[in-house]
Write a protein that binds this ligand. Structure first.
Ligand code: UTP
Length: 224
C-alpha cells in the first residue's frame, strides 16, 4: 500500500531526546519492506516556542508560519538521519518534489510546505497528490474527541466521524500560527474532497502505526 503518515512534533519531541525517533525509525524501516511510505513530521513545542519568539518581535502571522515550517523541516531531518539508507536523503519542499523523489523507492520524509496551515494539511494534500491508499495521523491523544480530552475528563473518543462532522467540531477554533488544536480546516477539506481513508491514532504508542495500517480498530476513522 501507499501510505502517508503524519507524526506530530509533540510525539517525537516530547522529551527532547532521541527515543521516539529511534522507535519510529525501526518501525518505519520494517514497514517500508511492504509499503510505500511518505512521512510528514510536525513542529511540536520547539515550533511553538520559536513562533512565540518571533511574534513577540513583531512578525506577522505568515512570517511566524515560516518559522514553524523551518522547525518542521529540522525535525524531518532528524528523523531522516535515523533512517539512513532506507530514506531518500533530501527533504521535499513541496508536493511535486515529494512525488519526484519517491521514484527512488525509498521512504520520503518531509515537514511543512507553505504558510497558512499545519502539517496535518500537508499530509492530507500529499496523500491526495500521490494518490495514497491511506492517511494515518499520529497525534498526542487517542483520536478525535467530542471535546478537548486534555481539558475535560468526560471527553468521549469518537470511533467514526465524517469530514463534515469534524468541520462542525472545529469551526470557531483558533487558526493562528502554532495553534492548530485538532485538525485544521484545510486538512479536513482535502480529506473530504479526495474521500481519503484516514485514521487518527495515538502516536505515543509506536505500534499503533502498524495497527492502523493493518486495519485494526484503533483511534478515529474518518469516513466519507
Ligand atoms: P505543525 O503542523 O506542527 O502545527 O506545524 P501544530 O499542529 O500547531 O503542532 P503539533 O506538531 O501538531 O503539536 C507548526 C507550525 O508551523 C506552521 C504553522 O504555523 C504551524 O502551526 N506551518 C507548518 C505552516 O505554516 N505550514 C506548513 O505547511 C506547516
Amino acid at each position: 500500500m501507499k501510505i502517508v503518515v503524519a507524526i506530530g512534533g509533540s510525539i517525537l519531541l516530547k522529551e527532547y531526546d532521541s527515543t521516539k525517533f529511534q522507535e519510529y525509525s525501526e518501525v518505519l524501516k520494517s514497514l517500508s519492506k511492504e509499503h510505500e511510505l511518505f512521512i510528514v513530521v510536525g513542529g511540536g513545542k520547539p515550533a511553538r516556542d520559536y513562533i512565540g519568539l518571533v511574534r513577540e518581535l513583531g512578525a506577522g502571522e505568515a512570517q511566524c508560519d515560516d518559522i514553524g515550517i523551518e522547525v518542521t523541516r529540522i525535525n524531518a531531518r532528524i528523523l531522516l538521519s535515523s533512517l539512513g539508507d532506507y530514506a531518500y536523503h533530501k527533504i521535499p519542499q513541496n508536493f511535486q518534489e515529494a512525488e519526484e523523489y519517491s521514484a527512488y523507492g525509498k521512504i520520503i520524509v518531509m515537514g511543512g510546505t507553505e504558510p497558512g496551515h499545519s502539517t496535518d494539511a500537508v499530509s492530507a494534500i500529499l496523500a491526495d497528490y500521490v494518490q495514497a491508499d491511506k492517511l494515518i495521523n499520529l497525534t498526542s491523544v487517542d483520536g478525535m474527541f467530542d471535546k478537548d480530552p486534555n481539558k475535560y475528563k468526560d471527553a468521549k473518543l469518537i470511533k467514526e466521524i465524517t469530514a463534515d462532522g469534524i468541520m462542525e467540531l472545529i469551526s470557531g477554533k483558533e487558526n493562528k500560527a502554532g495553534t492548530y488544536e485538532i485538525f485544521d480546516m484545510t486538512a479536513i477539506q482535502m480529506i473530504k474532497r479526495s474521500s481519503l481513508e484516514t485514521i487518527i491514532a495515538n502516536g505515543f504508542e509506536v505500534e499503533n502505526l502498524k495497527k492502523a495500517i493493518d486495519g485494526e480498530d484503533i483511534g478515529t476513522k474518518i469516513i466519507s
